[in-house]
Design a protein around this ligand. Structure first.
Ligand SMILES: *Cc1c(COP(=O)(O)O)cnc(C)c1O
Length: 345
């Protein structure tokens, strides 16, 4: 891992306007990830909506990772991480625990790179998720989440089979890969009318936020960067305010991609040094955004994917006259669940 903590100067000095000393990644790592994922991850579209602009008074740019391969941005970090394996690591294969988007992304990344993947999933995970993960080429190992915590199940798998664990957010290669979302968005904003005033990023364990803030501080220094969490799971906000990582009980929220109980040991120092603020939204505000995306922009966005949009659309910031980047992180939601959530009621 430490081999990734490259010096910005050695990589062209692109970090000159921020101090990344002591942090897990620098801008050079994000730029390197962008090269590695080129032609593998989609350069997703940046969409606009006249209705959204009229409602908020801002100029909103939606970076649509719901159109990404596997339906969420996670392929960026996963592919970057597996592509950096040494020959020994490649032979061992990759292991992950997740019932969500990271599992599918890692399975696809590993199969593209001809590396064996083992995904540890709870035995009561939705059948569609198990099938999708297997469909991307992973060997799925089930565990009983009422009898065993996930880390114990993973430790057992690593001991029995060996393999290299790639966690969903707290890993420098994952963080750097996720940062390519902001790099692409800021580049596109620059081509269509100028830099951003504000960048708003959904936040679970902080892999995406930490990568994005590194890219934003470097490429668009005047831009405020804010993370958004579900109100019921505001551990990152508490951590930022108290100055130390706060761990909470598994939150009850429809934003299942942001149910992490704490931010990471590597992501937190980046967030603490560089992120301006973390705000929260309610499940009701998430549902309003799901409806907005479906009815106005013809997109199916999963609840977690709506975090940033919900914060802007529900008026958490004054965006009048501002150019605002909004990361739409994913679109993986069961059709039946989507329908029941957006149903007027
Ligand atoms: C993983 C995920 C997030 C949160 O990302 P972190 O790096 O854990 O903060 C947000 N939205 C979606 C759709 C995700 O899959």
């Amino acid at each position: 891992m430490p081999d990734t903590i490259t010096s910005a100067v050695a990589n062209g000095g692109a970090d000159s306007n921020i101090d990344t000393a002591g942090l897990a990644i620098s801008y050079a790592d994000v730029a390197g990830a962008a090269e590695r994922i080129a032609g593998v991850a989609h350069r997703t579209p940046v969409l606009t909506s006249r209705t959204a602009d009229t409602l908020t008074g801002g100029e909103l740019l939606f970076k649509c990772e719901n159109f990404q391969r596997t339906g969420a941005f996670k392929i960026r970090g996963a592919y970057n991480a597996v592509s950096r394996f040494t020959p020994v690591q490649r032979a061992l294969g990759v292991v992950a625990y997740s019932s969500g988007n990271h599992a599918q992304a890692l399975a696809l990344a590993a199969s593209m790179l001809k590396v064996k993947s083992t995904i540890v999933m709870p035995q009561d995970a939705p059948a569609a998720k198990l099938a999708a993960t297997r469909g991307y080429g992973a060997d799925v190992v089930l565990y009983d989440r009422y009898a065993e915590p996930p880390d114990a199940a993973v430790a057992r798998v690593l001991e029995e089979r060996g393999g290299v664990l790639i966690p969903p957010f707290d890993h420098p290669h994952v963080m750097a890969g996720q940062g390519t979302v902001a790099k692409e968005l800021i580049e596109e904003a620059g081509q269509t009318g100028g830099p951003l005033d504000l960048l708003v990023v959904p936040t679970g364990g902080g892999g995406l936020l930490s990568g994005c803030v590194i890219a934003a501080r470097t490429l668009n220094p005047g831009c405020r960067v804010v993370g958004v969490e579900p109100e019921a799971g505001n551990d990152a906000q508490q951590s930022l305010r108290s100055g130390a990582i706060v761990r909470i009980d598994a939150p009850k929220t429809i934003a299942d991609g942001a149910q992490s109980r704490a931010v990471g040991q590597l992501t937190f120092p980046v967030i603490q040094r560089l992120v301006d603020d973390i705000v929260t939204v309610t499940d009701g505000e998430l549902v309003d955004s799901m409806r907005f995306f479906a009815s106005r922009m013809k997109m199916m966005v999963e609840p977690t994917g709506c975090l940033a949009a919900a914060a802007v659309m529900s008026g958490k910031f004054d965006v009048r006259g501002k150019r605002v980047g909004i990361v739409v992180t994913g679109g993986n939601v069961d059709l039946a669940r989507f329908a029941s959530l957006v149903q007027a009621g």
